[in-house]
Write a protein that binds this ligand. Structure first.
Ligand code: GLP
Length: 242
């Protein structure tokens, strides 16, 4: 594993955006696994700026997102499909048909997961998978559990995840109870994994994920078994690591 510790959030975003843009420049038709949440926002802003300056071309890039809320359509402002359009896809020259997320409109979990599993196989393995960390060490929406779920599956969100994600929902709207997410095998098959974390409230998660026991109770800890992981985090997020 390679670790880059940055001074702050902005430096973390720039460093991670650099790694992603190098991937696109070296392989213009890269398959990128993408993440949502507040942490990647600075990265997407930086990538959009580099595209505007003419330094990056997304015309051949293919993307597969980690997860989506069950029950939210892509035009719903709280959906991850909407987030991706707002923060990246509408700002660069990526082809809409090359961007993929689980379909939150499908309420039948078996069907939604089967379709996204099939799509992931069709698009091919991720050249680079971007990952944020939940405060409980979750990756995608793989919540702490007795087992590592392998493929795309439907999860019931833990209370801490619901609470953490409330900030993205307008008042009066509640966070859906379930989400569709890539499983551990879908994530680990990526050739390279780029993990980002910022701030002291992620310090416990970073320490447990990278330096603790490998256990499904800390889902991200499985990343210790992947041979090409890059962690880019700021000093706050690294503050509990020895
Ligand atoms: C959600 C997403 C995760 C993300 C996590 C952390 O639960 N499903 O993919 O990593 O939030 O989000 P944030 O970056 O807002 O802390």
């Amino acid at each position: 594993m390679r670790i880059y510790i940055t001074k702050d959030y902005n430096e973390m975003s720039r460093k991670a955006a650099n790694i992603i843009s190098a991937q696109i420049i070296l392989k213009p038709d890269s398959v990128l696994g993408l993440a949502t949440g507040s942490t990647p926002l600075g990265i997407y802003k930086q990538l959009s700026e580099w595209y505007m300056k003419g330094d990056l071309d997304f015309s051949e890039v293919i993307t597969v997102n980690l997860d989506e809320y069950r029950g939210l359509a892509p035009d719903c402002e709280e959906s991850y499909a909407y987030y991706m359009k707002q923060n990246l896809f509408d700002k660069v020259n990526i082809k809409p048909e090359n961007t993929h997320l689980p379909d939150g409109r499908i309420m039948n979990p078996e069907e939604a997961c089967r379709l996204y599993n099939e799509l992931l196989i069709k698009t091919g393995i991720q050249d680079l998978q971007l990952l944020g960390l939940g405060r409980n060490g979750h990756i995608g929406f793989n919540e702490p559990s007795d087992i590592f779920a392998k493929d795309v599956h439907c999860v019931e969100l833990s209370q801490s995840t619901v609470d953490a994600n409330k900030k993205f929902f307008a008042s009066g709207k509640s966070v859906p109870s379930h989400a569709y997410t890539m499983g551990i095998r879908s994530i680990l098959r990526a050739k390279r994994i780029l993990v980002i974390a910022s701030g002291e409230d992620k310090a416990d998660a970073v320490n447990k994920v990278f330096f603790g026991e490998v256990t499904p109770y800390v889902p991200g800890s499985i990343l210790q078994l992947h041979d090409d992981v890059i962690l880019v985090c700021d000093e706050g997020a690294f503050s509990k690591c020895k």
